[in-house]
Structure formats: structure tokens, C-alpha cells
Design a protein around this ligand. Structure first.
Ligand code: LRH
Length: 470
């Protein structure tokens, strides 16, 4: 038996609603709506345009209903960001994690709980935008005290669709306030940081039913289907759909970010792992996503955005990458993990400054810049794979590269070359696949452990393989 479910998948630059047709020998995605996700800078910083996103989601669900019988809906998005609510009303517009207000929050949190202590509690790599630092910044601004609930982005969408306030556990693991074993919120830690534990909603696990659609949403979408929790952190959903048939494999989920790591049964909380800034995020079925955030395609998309603004002309990315592949002058490598590249704007200038300050040659053309970025990403990916392997003791015979980056043949080849390990690229829509697989399993249309779900992905998709060149 096959079921049809709807996946709402929100990325940092675009969102989509997909239909997934899933059965024991069937796994197909059908895109029913795609929409831009364009952040808005206002007087108080950089925000997500959450109302526009929600409108697009409701329209997308309507299109999904017109295309087929939908048995359930699952929602995933980027991690860490949230809305504050009081009495069910949203207080202000959610901030984008690239907004710079969190610096004060980092200092405030570390004054009470230094990173070395926090790592033992939550197992998270240091990223200045982890939710707990954002909450601390909101506390300093005096707005946290007004709230009686905080909902991460997919949980906010689920609330607006169903009226149920929950916190899905994989995404909750990126807040810094979930215990590293994922069992419960760390209320004493939250309270010690001045973050009221009343803000933290009831935890749900992927596969649990969140609730039925509100009447108004049923009318607006024409659907009558429950919202089911999936790995609502997009990276958690992507990892579900990595077609790892050999367990000795690493993964790179490459979109705006490159999330590079391995899947483990238990967290690694050693001093070495903390020093390497590796994270232990919660995966579906209690697995651990032991990984590191590398800057990802952001470096390229921000450069393209800057060049397009400068010239007023649209840039053809595949064409630019073909030119980058043909560049013969060796290009320098910069540190793709440097926080200097986190904020939006002026990316080519920032890369040039980074190289110039270190006496390295600066690329001269756009093609050279693109090559330099892709080389730098590949170098950072290769290094993170080897670090993940040595910190966890897991052998790595293959690297699965999924997400938008899997279409970038230059990146895949250079990653294989620099790692000295074969890269298996695809599927490109791993996140949406992971989302629909967890829903289909919850509905009983497929069964088994993650390995069985991955087996289905491996049988129904064909990764492209890149052998390392000498
Ligand atoms: C990727 C992602 C990543 C987080 C970042 C905020 O979309 O969810 O896993 O670290 O966005």
C-alpha cells in the first residue's frame, strides 16, 4: 500500500510544499509549490517574513490537496529561530539567525555557564545564534519576560495550522536547552540563565501526531489531514534520507550550510570534540547527529547576489560553475568556517580582505572567485569528515553528499579529491524525502528502522559517484 503525504520544507532562501508518494517499494516526490524566502531588514534588525511564508504554505497545501488525497502533513525548516507568544499571539516578527543582536546574549550566557560547562549539558557546538543566546538577547531587551511560550519555526507553523503548541525534539536539540540525551528540557539551566521554563512547550518525537487542522485551515486548504511531527530540523530530516547502505559512511547535507558529520548512537562529549566545535544534535529515532556546521553554498549565493547588485544583471550559476571548473591558475583556500563570513552582504569583498590580510593572492575574475570558494568549501568538508571520523572512532569509506550541493559537480569532485574518499552525490531533495518517510512510517505505510528507510531511498534514487583523483 502507498500513501500520499505533504511535506512543508522551508529553507533559508526558498520554501516548498511537496507531495510524497510512499510505500514499501515506492518513493516519489512531486513539487506542488515553491516560493522565495526573502528576509527583511527593519530598524530593529534582520527578520524572517513569517507571514508571507505562512501564506505561501497555506496556498501550497491547497495546491497539494488539489493534486491528490493527502493523509498527513509534516513540517521542517532551518533550526534555532523562534517566535515568542503570549496568550497565543505572536510578539514581534521572528529574527533571522544571521541578525547580529545575539552577541550580547553570548556574553550573558557564558558569564553564568561557560562554553566548557554548557558542552557537557547540551553537547552543542558553539554558534553565536544558538537559541539560548538569542533568548538571552531578548531577555536583555526586556521582551522575553512578556512571553508565555516560545515556538521554533516549524512548531510555530504547526501551531498556526492545528492550534497545538509543541516542541519537536530534533529541532529542540538545537536550542541548547535540551539535555544532551534528548530526554527532557534542562529547566534548571534555562532558569539559571533567566530564561523562564514556562516558555518551553511539551516535547514531541518524530512520528507523533501533533493535531488535526483548525476549521479555518481546513476551509482555506480544502484538506482534512493531521499534522504529524517529522524531524522538523531540516538537517535531521535530510539525514533520515541519506542512502547509507554501508554504515561506515559520513554525510554532508549541503544547502545554505554544509552540515558535515556521522550518525552515532551516543554523543561524543570529549574535550577534543569541544575544541573541534563538533555538535551532538538530536536525530530521528534517538540517533545522534555528530557534525560540524561549515558555511556552505551561502558563500557562493551571497557572492552571486553581490555581483548581480553591482552589475544589475542576472548571473547564470551553472555557467559560472562551468567557468570555475575550467580555471587553470591554482586558487587560494580560505577558512570557510570563519565567522567573518556569517553576516549577509559584500561577500566577495570580505573574502578578498581575508586573503589579502594573510598575504594570499586574491582571485581576479568571478570565475576565479567561484573556484576559490568551491575549493575552500571542499577543503573544509574534507577536513570535517576526517575530524568527525577521528573524534568518533567511526571508519568512513564513503561520503554521501545530499541537498542542493549534490548538483554542484565541481564541489562533489573536489570534496572527493581533497578527502581522498569517494563521494556519492544525491538525492538533492533529501530533506523532503526524510520528511515524507517519517510520516509514511507513522501512518503504517512502511515500517522499520532508519536503515530500512534508507534502503528504500537507495532503491529508488541513483546517487552519482565521484572517485578521488590523485
Ligand atoms: C540548515 C540549518 C542548520 C542550522 C542552521 C541554522 O538549514 O538548519 O542545521 O545550524 O540551518
Amino acid at each position: 500500500m502507498s500513501v500520499t503525504v505533504a511535506a512543508v520544507d522551508l529553507g533559508a532562501t526558498s520554501g516548498r510544499v511537496m507531495l510524497g508518494h510512499v510505500g514499501p517499494d515506492d518513493l516519489r516526490l512531486e513539487a506542488v509549490a515553491r516560493f522565495a524566502n526573502t528576509p527583511v531588514e527593519t530598524i530593529d534588525g534582520l527578520h524572517w517574513n513569517i507571514l508571507e511564508l505562512y501564506r505561501s504554505i497555506v496556498e501550497g497545501l491547497r495546491a497539494a490537496g488539489q493534486a491528490g488525497e493527502v493523509s498527513s502533513i509534516g513540517i521542517d525548516s532551518w533550526a534555532v529561530d523562534y517566535a515568542l507568544l503570549r496568550g497565543g499571539r505572536m510578539l514581534g516578527t521572528p529574527y533571522h539567525y544571521r541578525d547580529e543582536r545575539t552577541a550580547a546574549g553570548v556574553d550573558a550566557v557564558h558569564a553564568v555557564a561557560p562554553f566548557s560547562e554548557l558542552y557537557g549539558e547540551n553537547g552543542l557546538q558553539f554558534l553565536a545564534f544558538n537559541t539560548l543566546y538569542q533568548y538571552a538577547a531578548d531577555r536583555i531587551a526586556g521582551v522575553l519576560d512578556l512571553a508565555d511560550a516560545a515556538l521554533l519555526i516549524p512548531d510555530l507553523v504547526a501551531y498556526w495550522l492545528t492550534g497545538e503548541k509543541v516542541a519537536e525534539s530534533t529541532n529542540a536539540s538545537t536550542t541548547g536547552l535540551l539535555r544532551v540525551d534528548g530526554s527532557s528540557w534542562n529547566a534548571p539551566l534555562a532558569e539559571s540563565l533567566g530564561i523562564p521554563s514556562r516558555l518551553l512547550p511539551r516535547l514531541v518525537q518524530p512520528g507523533e501526531r501533533i493535531g488535526g487542522l483548525r476549521d479555518a485551515v481546513r476551509t482555506a486548504t480544502g484538506l482534512d489531514a493531521p499534522v504529524v511531527a517529522v524531524g522538523s530540523h531540516d538537517t535531521a530530516s535530510a539525514v533520515v534520507a541519506i542512502p547509507m547502505t554501508d554504515p561506515d559512511a559520513a554525510y554532508i547535507s549541503c544547502g545554505t550550510w554544509g552540515l558535515v558529520g556521522v550518525e552515532l548512537d551516543a554523543p561524543v562529549l570529549t574535550e577534543e570534540s569541544r575544541a573541534a566545535n563538533f555538535t551532538n544534535e538530536g536525530g530521528v529515532d534517538g540517533r545522534v547527529r555528530f557534525l560540524h556546521n561549515v558555511m556552505g553554498l551561502w558563500l557562493l549565493s551571497e557572492s552571486v547576489r553581490a555581483w548581480e547588485r553591482e552589475s544589475g544583471e542576472a548571473i547564470d550559476l551553472p555557467e559560472l560553475l562551468a567557468q570555475a571548473a575550467a580555471v587553470e591558475t591554482p586558487q587560494p583556500v580560505f577558512d570557510a568556517n570563519d565567522p567573518a563570513f556569517t553576516a549577509p552582504g559584500g561577500m566577495p569583498g570580505r573574502i578578498a580582505a581575508w586573503l589579502g590580510e594573510r598575504g594570499l593572492p586574491v582571485p581576479q575574475s568571478r570565475a576565479e572567485f567561484a573556484r576559490c570558494i568551491v575549493e575552500s568549501l571542499a577543503a573544509a568538508f574534507a577536513e570535517a569528515v576526517h575530524t568527525a571520523s577521528s573524534l568518533s572512532g567511526k571508519r568512513v569509506n564513503a561520503i554521501h553528499l545530499v541537498g542542493g550541493g549534490s548538483l554542484n559537480t565541481l564541489l562533489c569532485q573536489l570534496t572527493a579529491d581533497r578527502a581522498g574518499i569517494p563521494v556519492l552525490a544525491g538525492p538533492v531533495e533529501a530533506t523532503a524525502l526524510g520528511n515524507v518517510l517519517v510520516q509514511a512510517r507513522a501512518l503504517g505505510a512502511i515500517e522499520g528502522a532508519l536503515e530500512d528507510l534508507r534502503g528504500l531511498v537507495a532503491r529508488t534514487t541513483s546517487p552519482v559517484s565521484y572517485a578521488p583523483r590523485a
